[in-house]
Design a protein around this ligand. Structure first.
Ligand code: NAP
Length: 250
């Protein structure tokens, strides 16, 4: 079950955190992997080495995926080096510990660009390749913040993740005639560098104590991504899998 042998996956923002966890989980299921990242070259190289040590083909592409030129180059790289693309994971994302009173227009635009525009651009180029292949899987990292509210006022983050959910429902309909499924994962609080950058220690403690199953791990999110990428999920599209430990039950 959930065998990904022979599939090629591209994961944005996979030098660290959830993206890295998804890359390794896909490789363990047999997929070849291209990881994208922006700043952490050493970490990205280590992820590539770890995937290769599992006997899989892997490579990396550095570039800001909010910039269309980089996205174009990245998809040309995937096509040239791997010949096809079966799975895209839109994972790259950021937030900032600011509420609307502290937030500038530049802050708003930065978060919207990196969280939502990246997913639009990568989905666009991926769907062009997948349409030619008449098959594909797109999986995007949303957040419970896009389903409810961002608990500490991060309004740009909540809006960008709501945007992912709405975009994917529409793309699911567009992709279906071409055998392309489009789904979202809505994590709750997963302990990564992101959590540390966006929340104070006190906030993390408050979250840990308020979530029925406590804080999540990257492996919890990766397992949902493996399922959505697999042949077994062929009839699932336009859906969102909550991986939130019961923090938002709806
Ligand atoms: P993370 O640990 O901060 O990692 C973010 C990754 O994104 C890094 O690999 C980073 O690359 C990359 N990245 C950032 N901006 C980029 C850009 N413009 N172009 C290319 N790569 C870029 O974050 P995470 O916790 O793993 O979160 C991953 C995703 O899950 C995000 O979309 C986030 O919103 C979502 N999510 C996370 C949580 C959570 O609690 N952690 C909850 C809900 C949703 P470099 O470091 O190399 O620059």
């Amino acid at each position: 079950m959930f065998d990904l042998t022979g599939k090629v996956a591209l994961i944005t923002g996979a030098s660290r955190g959830i993206g890295k966890g998804i890359a390794l989980a896909f490789a363990k299921q047999g997929a070849d992997i291209v990881i994208n990242y922006l700043h952490h070259t050493e970490e990205a190289s280590r992820v590539v080495e770890e995937i290769r040590s599992l006997g899989r083909n892997a490579d990396m592409f550095m570039g800001d995926v909010a910039d269309e030129n980089n996205v174009k180059e990245m998809f040309a790289f995937v096509k040239k080096e791997f010949g096809r693309l079966d799975i895209l994971v839109n994972n790259a994302g950021i937030s900032q510990a600011k509420d609307i009173f502290e937030m500038s227009l530049a802050d708003w635009e930065r978060v919207m660009n990196i969280n939502l525009t990246t997913a639009f651009l990568c989905s666009k180029y991926a769907m062009e390749m997948m349409k030619e292949q008449n098959s594909g899987r797109i999986i995007s990292l949303a957040s419970q913040a896009g389903q409810r509210e961002a608990l500490f006022g991060h309004v740009h983050y909540a809006a960008s993740k709501s945007g992912i959910l709405a975009m994917n429902k529409t793309l699911a309909r567009t992709g279906a005639p071409h055998n392309i499924t489009v789904n979202s994962i809505a994590p709750g609080v997963i302990f990564t560098d992101f959590t540390k950058a966006v929340h104070t220690d006190e906030e993390v403690e408050e979250l840990r104590n308020s979530i029925p199953l406590g804080l999540g791990k990257v492996e919890d999110v990766a397992a949902a991504a493996v399922y959505l990428a697999s042949d077994e999920a062929r009839y699932v599209t336009g859906a969102t899998i909550d991986v939130n430990g019961g923090s938002y039950i709806h």
